[in-house]
Design a protein around this ligand. Structure first.
Ligand code: PSU
Ligand code: MN
Length: 332
């Protein structure tokens, strides 16, 4: 018996008709993660500023914010000519491409878990439901034959890592699955210089779009933290990743772009909120997988929380568009 996904029964693996057909036809497909839906955004509707609505007129203020975000990211992929494949585990089934009903139910499900690499087996076997992280989404996308994946910000080496040894499974997953992950860099709550070192150690190609500044998720880039490489456009990213895969066909890569300038936040304000949140996390004994959702939720609830949410959404939509453009530029 092999353990290939080809042998997984229909009950554990389900690609939507649209995604299955796109993959069969060699069309451009972009994977999207779902932890941001289950753990990153509100399950209540959320009104946005006039500035946000002018930039993203499709935002649906009447739907739950996480569902509106999911639909917005999918629409951004479609607008650039690719097919979106939102990935999640639903009742133990690995779903690649969710129906409207599945997406609605996932976004409404307050019991959905955060599913990282280590959790996949138990969530599937116990027929549970969860949002997949960058790590587990990379694994599932690779198995499905999808090579482009868009997210907000990746996980990385956490601040205080020398005591906690906490660094995200995202890093190992990207190093060991052939996907190009498009992000706005690593989450601001991390130790970013250490994250850059880890990416180098793992041999993960890391390119900035039109810049070598390391993007910091919702915060504007640090002028002193440089990526090893940059590309001018989607076509160049596609050429670089194709060349990379001729030699290292099982190692992923990163393409990063800064949060759209109109929505990026100043570092000082975020650092202040983060410092308070980290003290609370320690006092409450928040550890392990709970750390990232806790700190991000505290940032979004801090003074200026509305701007944090808008920046998070603006960068997510921008990354979905960029991933779709690269997917369309990949050689067939
Ligand atoms: N976006 C959010 N909240 C999250 C995440 C994204 O608003 O929790 C997830 C991402 O899916 C990322 C993961 O892969 O957090 C990293 O978590 P950790 O540091 O535990 O590996
Ligand atoms: Mn962790």
């Amino acid at each position: 018996m092999t353990h290939s996904h080809l042998n997984m029964t229909k009950t554990t693996w389900n690609a939507s008709d649209e995604v299955a057909e796109a993959l069969r036809g060699g069309r451009a497909v972009v994977a999207l993660e779902s932890t941001i839906l289950t753990h990153g955004l509100a399950r209540e509707p959320r009104g946005m500023s006039a500035k946000f609505m002018a930039a993203f007129p499709g935002w649906d203020a009447h739907r739950p914010a996480n569902l509106a975000a999911a639909l917005g990211a999918e629409a951004a992929v479609r607008a650039c000519g690719a097919v979106p494949a939102t990935i999640a585990i639903i009742d133990g089934r690995v779903c690649v491409g969710l129906s409207a009903t599945q997406l609605e139910q996932l976004c409404a499900n307050s019991g959905a878990s955060k599913v990282s690499l280590r959790d996949l087996g138990s969530v599937i076997a116990n027929k549970r439901t969860g949002g997949t992280t960058v790590a587990s989404t990379s694994c599932i996308a690779a198995k499905a034959g999808i090579s482009l994946f868009a997210t907000g910000g990746i996980g990385g080496v956490h601040r205080g890592w020398s005591k906690t040894l906490d660094f995200s499974a995202d890093l190992m997953a990207i190093a060991t699955h052939p996907v190009l992950v498009v992000s706005a860099g690593a989450k601001i709550l991390l130790d970013l210089p250490a994250t850059l070192e880890a990416l180098e150690t793992l041999g993960i190609p890391t390119m900035g779009l039109g810049s070598r500044l390391f993007p910091r998720f919702t915060v504007s880039p640090d002028q002193n933290l440089l990526l090893p490489d940059q590309v001018q456009d989607a076509a160049e990213a596609a050429r670089v990743i194709s060349a990379h895969w001729t030699l290292r066909p099982s190692c992923g890569a990163l393409l990063m772009q800064a949060c759209p300038e109109a929505f990026a936040l100043p570092a000082e304000q975020t650092e202040q909120a983060l410092a308070a949140a980290m003290i609370d996390a320690q006092a409450l004994g928040i550890r392990g997988a709970a750390t990232t959702p806790f700190l991000l939720a505290r940032l979004a609830a801090s003074t200026g929380g509305q701007e944090v949410v808008e920046a998070n959404l603006a960068l997510l939509f921008a990354n979905a568009s960029l991933a779709a453009r690269v997917a369309c530029a990949m050689p067939k």
